[in-house]
Design a protein around this ligand. Structure first.
Ligand code: F6R
Length: 258
């Protein structure tokens, strides 16, 4: 696990956007795994800026998002389809027919989850997966106690996750209880993973993910078993790491003035 500790949230976000753009330069046909949530909003803003500056193209890429709420139509303003169109897809050159999310309003969500898993496998699995981190250790919507080998399926959201996401809805009660999410096994098949977390509220879970035992109690801890993961965090999110000095020593370039 490569742990890059940035002085600020802004440089952490720039770093993730840079890794993403570099990968697309090296391999324009990359199959991208995308996330939603507050953390990713800043990343997508930077990617749009890079695209407008002629510094990044998604024209040949395909993308699969991690998750979608069960019961929300793609045009529902709180759906992740809607989020992705507004925050990224409408502003860059990715072809709409190459963007995929689970259909939240599919007549049979279980069938839809299996179809989505098969579609990812048929695309050759994810090349570069972007991840945020839930305060309870979830990745995608794989809540604590999720099978570490799981495939795309329906998960019941925890109350804390619904509370964290209630800001996007009119009220807490409007937040769906179920989501279709890529499984942990699906995510672990990605060739390369970049996880971004910032802020003090994520400090405890960042320490558990990087330095705690690998356990379904903190699903993100499974990333310790992946061959190519980069964790990009700011100082606030790094504040509970026991080996912080070591990570900073290994990657002095993160702090070197440009
Ligand atoms: C969303 C997703 C979630 C979020 C996580 C962090 O597609 O997969 O795992 O990345 O809940 O959310 P924020 O960034 O809002 O703290």
């Amino acid at each position: 696990m490569k742990v890059l500790i940035h002085e600020t949230q802004a440089t952490a976000v720039d770093c993730v956007a840079g890794l993403f753009a570099d990968r697309l330069k090296q391999e324009p046909e990359t199959v991208l795994g995308l996330a939603t949530g507050g953390t990713m909003e800043a990343v997508y803003e930077r990617l749009i800026a890079r695209y407008k500056a002629g510094d990044m193209s998604m024209a040949k890429a395909r993308s699969f998002n991690l998750d979608e709420y069960v019961g929300l139509r793609p045009d529902h303003p709180c759906s992740y389809w809607y989020y992705m169109r507004k925050k990224l897809f409408d502003h860059v050159d990715i072809k709409p027919e190459n963007t995929f999310l689970p259909c939240g309003d599919a007549p049979d969500p279980e069938v839809e989850a299996n179809r989505y898993e098969d579609a990812i496998a048929a695309a050759g699995d994810i090349g570069l997966q972007l991840l945020g981190l839930g305060a309870n250790g979830h990745i995608g919507f794989n809540e604590p106690t999720s099978s570490l080998a799981s495939h795309t399926r329906i998960k019941t959201l925890t109350r804390t996750t619904r509370e964290a996401n209630a800001r996007y809805f009119d009220s807490f009660d409007d937040v769906p209880r179920l989501a279709i999410t890529m499984g942990i096994g699906t995510i672990m098949r990605a060739e390369e993973i970049v996880l971004l977390a910032f802020g003090e509220a994520k400090a405890d879970v960042v320490a558990k993910m990087i330095e705690g035992p690998v356990s379904a109690a903190c699903p993100a801890s499974i990333l310790q078993m992946h061959r190519k993961v980069t964790v990009v965090i700011d100082e606030a999110a790094a504040s509970k790491l026991a080996l912080r000095d070591y990570y900073e020593e290994v990657h002095p370039e993160v702090r070197a003035p440009s």
